[in-house]
Design a protein around this ligand. Structure first.
Ligand SMILES: [Zn+2]
Length: 287
């Protein structure tokens, strides 16, 4: 097979978020539909097609998928798969990832770092250091802030404290995530859904028992809400280990999506599918 998978998060105009604009998204879907056959993830799993195919995916259950992306997908008769963190279906809590995005958009990096440094234990404070690896889209300071948030103990505590100072969590929750009615409508309009863990954490960094607990919790919520969907998972932050793959197989997942930038050519490795970021495709094909 010759398949590419692309991941999107935000598709919105007039925002401080790092987002695709609706016109960028429209152009990209149009480009993709001319050069690939855009298929659902279920078709990739069930048919293992041999022609050039593309699967469009959205992570984190962001509302943009319904309000902005769905109409454009439908213009092109294109399917997409939406990976939902179980937590947003059961609790009205904004996930750490979105707390970070909202705070960065509102405060900018410098102010966010200032707030962060006044709350975090001294060992975790962000300093002016060289850019950390693994944050390809960020400047040095932002990469250092994200590195600390990704590696400190309990980032939740610090993030919740700063977030509470600038936002009303329940209001932001309603604004940023898809709700159940929207997901239902999307299913009725041929969109597919997958599991994105429960708490949206780095699965590959956890002890096995904690990884298992998060994935099983996410899977239980997924099956309750999407009983008709094939079991698929996108690993939050692309973080997984050989044990994650074993577990995903044992739990019956038919596909696992990473963020490793590669074309999917063999059908053996369905639990470690490569996936490009929409920005990579933009760079590759814009000129
Ligand atoms: Zn995610």
């Amino acid at each position: 097979m010759e398949n590419i998978i692309i991941v999107y998060h935000y598709v919105r105009d007039k925002t401080n978020f790092k987002a695709f604009t609706t016109s960028q998204f429209r152009e990209q879907v149009s480009y993709l539909s001319k050069n690939y056959r855009i298929i659902g993830l279920s078709e990739l799993i069930e048919q293992k097609p041999r022609d050039k195919t593309c699967v469009i995916t959205f992570d984190d259950g962001i509302k943009d998928g319904f309000t902005n992306a769905l109409p454009i997908l439908e213009e092109h008769n294109a399917k997409a798969t939406f990976f939902i963190p179980g937590g947003i279906l059961t609790e009205k809590k904004v996930l750490n990832a979105q707390k970070r995005h909202l705070l960065l958009a509102k405060l900018g990096t410098e102010k966010f770092v200032e707030e962060f440094n006044s709350s975090a234990e001294s060992i975790f404070r962000v300093r002016e250091e060289s850019k950390k690896q693994g944050y390809q889209f960020d400047d040095a300071l932002t990469s250092n802030l994200k590195y600390m948030l990704d590696n400190m103990d309990n980032p939740e505590t610090v993030l919740t404290k700063i977030f509470g100072k600038y936002f009303n969590e329940e209001e932001e929750f309603e604004k940023i995530y898809l709700n159940k009615q929207e997901m239902k409508k999307m299913q009725g309009r041929n969109m597919e859904f997958g599991c994105h863990g429960y708490n949206h954490i780095w699965l590959g960094k956890l002890y096995f028992k904690d990884m298992k607990s998060d994935i099983e919790k996410g899977l239980a919520v997924f099956q309750e809400n999407f009983p008709d969907q094939i079991k698929t998972i996108s690993y939050p932050f692309g973080s997984y280990s050989p044990l994650t793959v074993r577990l995903a197989k044992e739990l019956g997942f038919k596909a696992g999506l990473t963020i490793e930038k590669r074309i999917n050519e063999n059908t053996e490795n369905m639990l470690e599918l490569g996936r490009f970021d929409c920005v990579d495709i933009l760079k590759k094909y814009s000129n």
